[in-house]
Design a protein around this ligand. Sequence first.
Ligand code: PLP
Length: 413
Amino acid sequence: MPTDSESIYGFVTSHKPDAGGHFGRFGGRYVAETLMGPLQELEDAFNEAWSDEAFQAERIRLLQQYAGRATPLYHAEHLSEEVGGAQILLKREDLTHTGAHKINNTIGQGLLAHRMGKKRVIAETGAGQHGVATATVAAMFGMQCDVYMGREDMQRQAPNVFRMRLLGANVIPVDSGTATLKDALNDALRDWVASCQDTFYIIGTVAGPHPYPLMVREFHVVIGQEARRQCLKQMGKLPDVAIACVGGGSNAMGLFHPLRDDPVRLVAVEAAGHGLNSGEHAASLGTGKPGILHGNLTYLLEDSDGQIEGTHSISAGLDYPGVGPELAYMHEQGRLELMSATDEEALAAFQQLSLCEGILPALESSHAVAAAIRMAADMRPDEILLVNLSGRGDKDLNTVCEKLGMGGMESLT
Ligand SMILES: *Cc1c(COP(=O)(O)O)cnc(C)c1O
């Protein structure tokens, strides 16, 4: 007899990478020799945990009692009517503890670290959202937590630095390179080379060396598993289209994976920043080329000298110069449709959703909403468009109000 959570969440892994962690030609393990052993140990520990009923039961318990799952699937009737096309459904990851999908992953990896007897976790963070989600579970499991963050990002995302510190984490400023996410990634990997005996490296998206892209996907598929069931139950059929924004690709893979064998169009939305031709964007799939970043082969943004390029997006969480290898693979296989949204379009979508549904979306998620609005307008009212609302907008209030000319927080007197 399957348990209740097994029947909802089904723990059988489909679409596995090959033994070396390759999705087609992407993925793999491009790391220092000293990390090959620890990565194998991690892969073995993950495989063992994944097929252990007790691990799954505890993980699901935490997702439900601590993170607030299942998240609702909301039929946004007002927005659908205003747009005048397809029915728009929002998967409300913004309602989870810490306000974004990232907690699904850090609960999974935190629990695995705990099971492996690790006393310390490390993480890299750009916008600070993954750092906060990591510090959160480290506090809950009683593990020491060090988070690498570019000094530039620390300034831009000060509230998240305070959150991490209040949760007991140590935020380590990174000054190398451009002092942003790509530099923090390097420092976190370097720390792990020296500390892997007692330290677990919690990666924040479906990237990194094998088994991270697979493991992080598996921790996020709860999103798509719930949404698929909810859509069938609430609407009587599957969605026609599923849309998610892509930074590294974890909320997208979480939504897409359980729908990839269904006749559902999967649409990945990248950050077009000031425009795809401006040189200031983060569209790694749409405009990048294959190369090695963060220990795996994938699409990335690099200049003609092979240097990783600086990225730009109004949403710090989409500012990743690469993309998960499995998304690169699905893109080459033709299973994905690519779209992008500019800063301006994301901002307009933020406002439209706020005013017409009373939901302030994260700026990352606003990119998916912008693409959804554009697409839905050309669809029929009996068609369904499912959008992953990956996070809530509270963290972005300052940015949004400044851009809209409402003044920053300081101006409120
Ligand atoms: C981090 C973040 C993203 C981007 O990360 P993915 O791995 O691409 O999902 C998207 N939305 C929110 C709210 C985030 O915090």
